[in-house]
Design a protein around this ligand. Structure first.
Ligand SMILES: C[S@@+](CC[C@H](N)C(=O)[O-])C[C@H]1O[C@@H](n2cnc3c(N)ncnc32)[C@H](O)[C@@H]1O
Length: 231
């Protein structure tokens, strides 16, 4: 199987899981609290089963693939400041961003992470003890930080139940992002021929301030995309 096919299979698998869960939710078979609990268990089990830090944050490839998929974040970190990864898993994205930004030498980042999975936050604290006071367990759709951040990263809006993703975006903009701060959505994967998330958030009245796109390093039909909003 080519890398493109395996990436598409992973996207399809995640969609299948989301769709079957959404069906149960919309048919009233599970409550919203149960939806979050099942999601949290899914992430915890799958990520903790991996033997490397990339897998423990949901990335299936090697370090080169990881860098290729995430380096566009460096382009949108344009000043020193505080950053929170909403849905930080084991903290690997924060750790990587801190390493890359420090190596470039222009800016300094103070890192924070939030995740719904207690098991993953425990792992993040163990892996990155110097930041252990900056890792929080909570549900991002309702949790509010004591202080706002210069940069707020969230990989997907589907951390909220379907139908409440606009509220989630508004919650992040209102409670997480400092004035003159930046909310960053992505990098996420999408079929190159569609622009689903851009269209969706724009239809809600939240046209992004900017966007970046690059093709998957092995498959041109799949794009890695990132959107951001300046407050
Ligand atoms: C795909 S991983 C992203 C990891 C990391 N941010 C990255 O980009 O590499 C998604 C993470 O979001 C967490 N998550 C999902 N829904 C959440 C919610 N409602 N509140 C907080 N965390 C959530 C999951 O537990 C999982 O660790």
């Amino acid at each position: 199987m080519s890398t493109g096919e395996s990436v598409r299979k992973l996207i399809d698998k995640a969609h299948e899981f989301n769709e079957s869960l959404f069906k149960e939710l919309s048919e009233g078979k599970i409550s919203e609290d149960e939806w979050f609990e099942i999601n949290s268990q899914y992430f915890t089990e799958h990520y903790l089963a991996s033997d490397n830090p990339r897998g423990q944050s949901g990335h299936g490839g090697n370090e080169h693939g990881y860098f290729h998929s995430h380096q566009m974040l460096i382009d949108v970190i344009h000043k020193s400041g505080t950053i929170i990864d909403v849905g930080c898993a084991n903290g690997y994205l924060l750790e990587s961003l801190h390493r890359w930004v420090t190596a470039l030498g222009y800016y300094k980042l103070t890192c924070h992470g939030l995740d719904i999975s207690q098991g993953l936050i425990e792992l993040a604290k163990k892996r990155l003890p110097e930041w252990s006071n900056h890792f929080y367990t909570g549900n991002a759709v309702s949790w509010t930080p004591k202080e706002k951040f210069d940069f707020v990263c969230v990989k997907e809006l589907d951390y909220a139940v379907p139908g409440k993703q606009q509220m989630f975006l508004e919650h992040l903009l209102e409670h997480f992002v400092k004035p003159s701060g930046r909310l960053i959505l992505g990098p996420y994967s999408e079929e190159t021929s569609t622009s689903t998330r851009y269209g969706l958030v724009s239809s809600w009245g939240y046209k992004p301030t900017g966007c970046i796109e690059r093709s998957n390093h092995k498959h041109v039909d799949i794009s890695r995309r990132l959107l951001w909003w300046d407050t």
